[in-house]
Design a protein around this ligand. Structure first.
Ligand SMILES: Cc1cc2nc3c(=O)[nH]c(=O)nc-3n(C[C@H](O)[C@H](O)[C@H](O)COP(=O)(O)O)c2cc1C
Length: 78
């Protein structure tokens, strides 16, 4: 699940998204882009909202990150 960081958090529409879908049997790997803010509490805020799903550790990329960094991260997830 990917999103930009807005004001230190995920955009509100992401809250609506996780509240609207049945994530019970899903594995969710959050990732975000930002100018400089870390992913920090944005991922735990989203997972706490649903209270369900298998949430993995999140990852932050800079807004202008290299595509290879994204590819390497995806590979590392196996
Ligand atoms: C309304 C708004 C708020 C933002 N707040 C932050 C912020 O708190 N910290 C940060 O590092 N970047 C912030 N940004 C920059 C975005 O995270 C960055 O533009 C985005 O990750 C890049 O994706 P995009 O190309 O879809 O905009 C903000 C951008 C917008 C539009």
């Amino acid at each position: 699940m990917g999103y930009p960081i807005w004001h230190g958090q995920a955009p509100r529409i992401m809250y609506t998204f996780v509240e609207s879908y049945d994530l019970k049997s899903k594995t969710i790997i959050p990732f975000c882009t930002s100018a400089s803010s870390p992913i920090s509490s944005s991922a735990t805020t989203l997972s706490n909202l649903t209270g369900e799903g298998n949430w993995k550790a999140g990852k932050r990329f800079s807004a202008d990150d290299e595509i290879n960094n994204v590819k390497n991260w995806l590979k590392s997830l196996n």
